[in-house]
Ligand binder design. Sequence first.
Ligand SMILES: Nc1nc2c(ncn2[C@@H]2O[C@H](COP(=O)(O)OP(=O)(O)OP(=O)(O)O)[C@@H](O)[C@H]2O)c(=O)[nH]1
Ligand SMILES: [Mg+2]
Length: 508
Amino acid sequence: MATFVDQVTLHLQAGDGGDGCVSVRREKFKPLAGPDGGDGGDGGDIILVASTQATTLLNYHRSPHRSSDKGRAGMGDHRNGARGEDLELLVPVGTVVSSADGEVIVDFEHEGMRYVIAEGGMGGFGNARLASTKRKAPGFALLGTEGWSGDVRLELKTVADVALVGYPSAGKSSLIAAMSAARPKIADYPFTTLHPNLGVVASGQSRYTIADVPGLIEGASEGRGLGLEFLRHIERSSALLHVIDCATLETARDPLTDLERLKSELAAYPVPAGQTPLLERQQIVALNKIDVPEARELAEFVKPDLEEMGYRVFLISTVSHEGLRQLNFALAEVVERDRAARESEPAPERIVIKPRSVDRREFEVKVEGGSYGDTYRILGAKPERWLQQTDFSNDEAVGYFADRLQKLGIDEALIAKGAKAGASVTIGQSGRVFDWEPTMTSAAEVQVGNRGTDPRFDEADRATRAERKRQYHARMDAKAAARDELLEERELGKWTDDEGFEIRNGEE
Ligand SMILES: Nc1nc2c(ncn2[C@@H]2O[C@H](COP(=O)(O)OP(=O)(O)OP(=O)(O)O)[C@@H](O)[C@H]2O)c(=O)[nH]1
Ligand SMILES: [Mg+2]
């Protein structure tokens, strides 16, 4: 049997969103008839899907880097960019997915469950979509945002119908080899089995799986030996088969004591919430190695006691195969009964789709000290996304960005945190630093501002840059001087939007 790959770290990169398009429709007698730039397409998601077609994580072990398609850019004439194709990754039922820092994200318990593990980026709006009565022909579009990228951990918990438990060298691997096509390593030293082995057993029409896990010893539930880690693999099994070595030469061991010790280890094992404690599952006892005469004697001697305790007991030998047929029938029966019982339970929710993250708190401002004075860091899904959507080489786009921030209440929040004019403000982890200038203009003023009116629509009184600057200054009141300074800086190659946000070039 192939090595049982049961853990792998995936490196995911969901597709970025496509950029929106800036375009103006041209007609014969109306060369500039209106904005018609289409939206960029969303990037494809990466979706994990639980499927019985997948049985191992081997593929992911071989190629752990996976990515989904990017969205295409929007085009003129209202043509939207195509959405990037989703990437579906099949994982075996029993796969548990956790984040890089170990938190369980999703547990694929049922066939058909789906989970968007990495969301594609959002396509940016084209300029057609950004037009409004105030901004008739935007000369900018929004950029696509980045798709999610990062690592997740997949762990496959063996989903076996029957789990073999017992001391090292009790004959668990020999039993799985005798009953199925699995060929695990078998040897006469403890802890021969280092990875769980899974075998498929046939009994008439029914098929069931048995898992052989490394031997358990006393203290296993506290982490002694190899057993604890592997108890996780039997969390989901229908039945436990205790394999007991009746031929051991160790004097401190006998079948009843072995069983009691193992049971106390299993009892101490904390199964995850919602799962049946290990010992509440069906338990069957196999007294092994009866091809050895002393072992057979011992087995026959303890059998009535075990039966009195309520167990079904089988005397077996993996060498002579004695007793294996009866054991097989009994296991198949238990598994079938358990399956029937589960089917009569209400069907579990099969489809899980990750809800889009909803950040109730829109943003927060963190004050960080630094050698050049305090920096105010704005954290929040919206402002961080808006930053990504902004084409900083386009003045109008920067202005739109500043408007959005202002409407979200960033200015008030900064003032509340004690920010003064000229304070350094940064958004998310981007590294872009802005010089903050509080916006004193009222909302009304912002709306009648000249931003967003495309000069190309305004041919008759198309103002020169200097003229517009003059008009602009004329409209300003007490803030004119301060703004003048900022504009001066713009001339020097620095970007400043109308709301007083300056983007220092070269500081990214
Ligand atoms: N005589 C006899 N020996 C057996 C029988 N079953 C297993 N053995 C021997 O017992 C030893 C241990 O067998 P394994 O099947 O490796 O035992 P295990 O329980 O898987 O051991 P770990 O993987 O260490 O937990 C080997 O030398 C086997 O040949 C049996 O029915 N009769
Ligand atoms: Mg073994």
